[in-house]
Ligand binder design. Structure first.
Ligand code: ZN
Length: 156
């Protein structure tokens, strides 16, 4: 495994639509392993392949119990609403106020191409939405209401 460089939001890779994964091979497995190490090193809850410069539909989401590997993920169900602070490893030190569903269910393939469903609430639902947006070139700053001020962040 190896750490990959997390790209800054200024890089063009963060603003492109990613392609579906069609080969569930060693290269994909290496990408997933590297992303997992990179996510753990950065102390984040989610990471999308374009953040490490790979324009493929691959994300990781730490749901608090395990790090989910989601290949070609799609949102199949959402409900409710939450509004809260959201950050991104590609935009260090900044947080925005973002509305997301309170619950989200995702259908995805695992590293061997098998389809499965997973779901979550609160931070996990937020993370699903945030990471899947990355696959369509969308950064949270494009859907947020506004950046949070330092005073607001300190109050949390
Ligand atoms: Zn992000």
């Amino acid at each position: 495994m190896a750490l990959r460089k997390i790209l800054n939001v200024r890089e063009s890779a963060l603003h492109k639509t990613c392609k579906c994964v069609t080969n569930f091979d060693d290269r994909l497995h290496r990408l997933l392993d590297d992303m997992k190490e990179t996510l753990a090193d950065a102390g984040g809850v989610g990471l999308a392949a374009p953040q490490v410069g790979i324009l493929r539909r691959v994300v990781l989401v730490d749901n608090g119990e395990e790090v989910l590997e989601l290949v070609n993920p799609e949102l199949v169900e959402t409900s409710g609403e939450q509004e809260g602070p959201e950050g991104c490893l590609s935009l260090p030190g900044k947080y925005g106020l973002v509305k997301r569903p309170m619950y989200a269910k995702v259908r995805a393939q695992d590293r061997n191409g098998n389809w499965f469903e997973t779901d979550g609430e609160e931070l996990t639902a937020r993370c699903f939405c945030h990471e899947l947006d990355h696959l369509d070139g969308i950064v949270y700053t494009e859907v947020m209401e506004r950046f949070l001020t330092d005073e607001e962040l300190e109050a949390d």
